[in-house]
Design a protein around this ligand. Structure first.
Ligand code: DSN
Length: 428
């Protein structure tokens, strides 16, 4: 039974998957939150670990908080191999980030963040996070999100002149508002974040500190961004962005918060953990512990800086005039094109980016004034600074062609992109 492959069982889905593989192979993925995990990660993800229910944990926590690693804490039988894998994932994650405690069960970044709030706060408590419109995340208190509805939110943003975080202003806001939790971390901030300063502010006003390092986790592991783990009460991250694992997330915390966090994840928010994803996380953590991962992380930043410089040479205006990390926020207002139209034109040229608001944007999230680019996926393919110059030239020509409504030029660029991409196969 069940021995036929996808091509026999479901041609529609098979063909769509094959087309998606071709799209990524022939194009350039520049969305900063995307990446290509290894075949080994994908193999674990598509394994029999998918089939098992394992509510609970691979350890038993006694009422007094003592953790017994030699006793299972599962509510279902048959979990001896699942326990092996989840324990490996936890141990590797702890080693990778130097964390006291790690919960590897969160399904993704948004659940992970909500789980932290659920663990540390009462509904209605005050939280402080970065405004989505200025580079934060939906779950950092946006009004349309659960975080903005269940909690009383105060937002900080970036300085209007410099577009940088202003820690004095953030401190003043925290002192005035006295939030119970201060969230740091961003999805569209091209500069380094001083997590120690955020933690100092939180401690001084009696708030919990939390960093969401979803975007930069791989850079933290690679030593090219400050780690918040030594300072912050809690750190969340997805596992699929710069960290280059499967889609998923994890929560790291100080030992004293471990029981609260675990209880908020299960049974507080989630049921059965996705053990196939946890197996794939374990594989990705092993890869990230290899010395070569640091070279990859360093190259992501070098590539982003080379791409930023080349874009500026091509007349693009960048928010903060450059980048220290993996991402670039382009302000398109001097180019006579919106983020939405630029995204479409680049897509037609085989270059995938996403439209994005820039700080103090007068456009809307659906049609903003910027685009967001990043280098993790092209770095994984083995590209370096010289390819970044070529990519900047493709982007510049595509934007000019879009403004001139020159579809033939877009097609020519697409062929050039395809040729460049063909030298860097993704899965061999
Ligand atoms: N959607 C992610 C991003 O693209 O930044 C954040 O969750």
């Amino acid at each position: 039974m069940f021995i036929d492959g996808l091509d026999i069982v479901d041609k529609d889905v098979h063909d769509a998957i094959a087309s998606e593989a071709r799209r990524t192979d022939e194009g350039l993925e520049l969305i900063p939150s995307e990446n290509f995990p290894s075949k080994a990660v994908l193999e674990a993800l598509g394994s029999v670990m998918n089939n098992k229910y394992a509510e609970g944990y691979p350890f038993f926590r006694k009422k007094d908080g003592t953790v017994l690693w030699n006793r299972t804490g599962r509510y279902y039988g048959g979990n001896r191999y699942i326990d092996i894998v989840e324990k490996i994932a936890i141990e590797r994650a702890k080693k990778l980030f130097g964390a006291d405690h790690v919960n590897v069960q969160p399904y993704s970044g948004s659940p992970a963040n909500i789980e932290v709030y659920f663990a540390l706060l009462e509904f209605g408590d005050k939280i402080m996070g970065m405004d989505l419109a200025q580079g934060g995340h939906l779950t950092h208190g946006h009004g349309v999100n659960f975080s903005g509805k269940a909690y009383n939110v105060v937002h900080y943003g970036v300085d209007k002149e410099t577009n940088l975080l202003d820690y004095d202003e953030i401190r003043k806001l925290a002192e005035r508002e006295k939030p119970k939790l201060i969230i740091s971390g961003a999805t569209a901030y091209p500069r380094k974040i001083d997590f120690k300063e955020f933690d100092d502010i939180a401690k001084d006003v009696g708030a919990y500190s939390m960093a969401d390092i979803a975007h930069i986790a791989g850079l933290v592991v690679g030593g090219v961004h400050m780690s918040p783990v030594p300072y912050m009460d809690v750190v969340t991250t997805t596992t699929h962005k710069t960290l280059r694992g499967p889609r998923g997330a994890m929560i790291m915390c100080k030992e004293g918060l471990a029981a609260k966090i675990d209880k908020a994840v299960f049974p507080g928010m989630q049921g059965g953990p996705h053990e196939h994803a946890i197996a794939a996380k374990a594989v990705a953590f092993k890869e990230a512990l290899e010395p070569g991962f640091k070279d990859y992380a360093r190259q992501i930043v070098k590539n982003a800086q080379a791409l930023a410089d080349a874009l500026m040479e091509n007349g693009f205006k960048l928010v903060t005039d450059g980048t220290d990390n993996h991402l670039i926020l382009v302000d398109l207002r001097n180019k006579g094109i919106t983020g939405k139209d630029a995204e479409a034109a680049l897509d037609a040229s085989g270059i995938t980016v996403n439209k994005n608001t820039i700080p103090y944007d007068t456009g809307t999230p659906w049609n903003p004034s910027g685009i967001r680019l990043g280098t993790p996926a092209v770095t994984t393919r083995g590209m370096n600074e010289s390819e970044m110059k070529e990519i900047a030239s493709f982007i510049s020509r595509a934007i000019d062609a879009a403004v001139a409504k020159d579809e033939a030029a877009l097609e020519k660029i697409r062929l050039g992109v395809k040729e460049l991409a063909s030298n860097f196969p993704i899965y061999g």
